[in-house]
Structures are given as structure tokens and as C-alpha cells.
Design a protein around this ligand. Structure first.
Ligand SMILES: [Zn+2]
Length: 248
């Protein structure tokens, strides 16, 4: 399960890894906190949200994933009881083995709150009294990974160093196609910057992470290794040679 703030975040920050896992037979889920209702200067929130839910579903499908939206609103993603209850209930249904979310420090608070929510639900979803509803057999605290913050920096401008790099050279074409499904955002940036900034900046970032570990394109993650999360690297177990550990 990849749980992030806005439609397109999962594609940009973890799309290559999700495509690799789907290809290996994993059942993958893209979850966004919002339907991207602030992602337009011309359309009202409901109009653009309708478009972006469809784009979110199309992008996820290209990655081999199922799309879900938790229906918070852009700029208002909040670690509160109502939001946690929605996220817990969906996490119960999915019963994930592995969760990828944003960095706990990122350029935008929606991203940081989404990361907190992912941390909260991974800890709590298998606790019987946490919320109503059945708990699937085998539900337990999943592996948790935080994706790179945007441009790899924390809010002080200091670099964030991944624990885990995934070589996504082989799934880059799929990642690119999935991001192109977010046509409303791509068009907006093309109009604004006069160039295909959307796809280009994703590729440049993936190439930069790749350069660090000697491959063409990579995605970086930091694994949550604190108590009581599993701290062996499931990505390494699943993807073998495509993984470089940053601190070993
Ligand atoms: Zn975002």
C-alpha cells in the first residue's frame, strides 16, 4: 500500500518501485489522502477533483495497482480522529505487508501529515479495539518505508539520505506512462513553464538518485526501523539485485 497526500505523489515518488512489485505478483494499492481539489486555476474544487480521481485511478492502473481516495481536502490533510478512522478502516481492508508513504519531513505539510497518518494506521490497524470491523487473518504491523521528500531535502535544506535505493531503470517507462495519466497537472505545468516540466523533473530526480548508486534511475526510501516495526529489508528480499542499501 502506497499512502500519500495527493494524486500523482505515489507515481512521482514510488511509481517505479510499485510497478516492480506489481510485476512480481504483489497486489498493490495507491491511496491518496485528497482528490487534488486545489490542482487547478480554472476549475472549481469539485470539477478538478472529479478529473483527478479519474487520473489517479488511471495512473494506478498503469502501475498495476488499485486506486483509493480518503477524501480529505488539499491543504487540510490532518492527523485527527475522523481522518485516522477513515484511514484505519481502509488499511484493515487492505491488510498491507508493506507500506510506503511520504517523508516525515517534506516541503508541504499535507505530505508530512499523510506520513504521520500512515505511521499511525500501520501501528494501529490490527489492534482489535481501534475501530469496528473484521481484521483479516495475518494482519500485523507492516514494513514501513518513507519515500524521498521532494528534491531530497528537509525543511532546513539539509539532504535526506535514503536507507534503501531501488533501481527502477527497468520500470521507468511504466512510471513515465503512469505520471502522464495525470494530464490535468501536466498541461497546467506545460502552460505555466512552457516545457514538459512535470515528466522532466521526475526523470531528473530519478536520474540523480540513480547516479548515487551507479544505475540509470532509482528511487530512495528510508525504512522505519524503530520498535515495533519489522526492520529487515523486505524490498531487498523481493527485488534482490535491484536494491542498494544506503548505510551498509
Ligand atoms: Zn503532493
Amino acid at each position: 500500500m502506497c499512502l500519500m497526500a495527493h494524486p500523482d505523489d505515489c507515481e512521482i515518488l514510488a511509481g517505479g518501485t510499485l510497478a516492480l512489485l506489481s510485476k512480481k505478483g504483489w497486489k498493490t494499492h495507491v491511496v491518496t489522502m485528497t482528490p487534488g481539489d486545489c490542482g487547478s486555476v480554472d476549475l472549481g474544487p469539485q470539477e478538478i477533483a472529479t478529473i483527478r480521481r479519474k487520473e489517479g485511478a488511471a495512473g494506478a492502473k498503469i502501475l498495476g495497482a488499485q486506486y483509493h481516495c480518503l477524501e480529505s481536502r488539499d491543504l487540510y490533510v490532518t492527523y485527527d480522529e475522523a481522518t485516522l478512522r477513515r484511514a484505519l478502516s481502509l488499511t484493515r481492508q487492505i491488510a498491507p505487508t508493506l507500506v510506503i508513504t511520504h517523508s516525515l519531513v517534506d516541503y508541504m505539510i499535507d505530505h508530512e501529515q499523510a506520513a504521520m497518518i500512515a505511521r499511525g494506521v500501520t501501528f494501529g490497524y490490527a489492534i482489535p479495539n481501534a475501530c469496528p470491523g473484521p481484521i483479516a487473518r495475518g494482519s500485523r504491523i507492516p514494513y514501513l518505508y518513507y519515500a524521498d521528500p521532494i528534491e531530497g531535502m528537509d525543511v532546513y535544506g539539509d539532504p535526506v539520505v535514503p536507507t534503501t535505493y531501488v533501481d527502477i531503470t527497468g520500470s521507468m517507462a511504466t512510471k513515465r506512462r503512469a505520471l502522464k495519466a495525470h494530464a490535468s497537472q501536466r498541461r497546467w505545468l506545460m502552460k505555466h513553464h512552457g516545457m514538459d516540466q512535470y515528466i522532466q523533473s521526475m526523470q531528473e530526480w530519478s536520474a540523480m538518485r540513480g547516479g548515487t548508486v551507479g544505475v540509470r534511475y532509482a528511487e530512495g526510501f528510508r525504512q522505519h526501523r524503530g520498535h515495533p516495526y519489522p526492520c529487515d529489508c523486505i524490498l531487498e528480499k523481493q527485488l534482490g539485485k535491484l536494491i542498494t542499501l544506503g548505510d551498509k
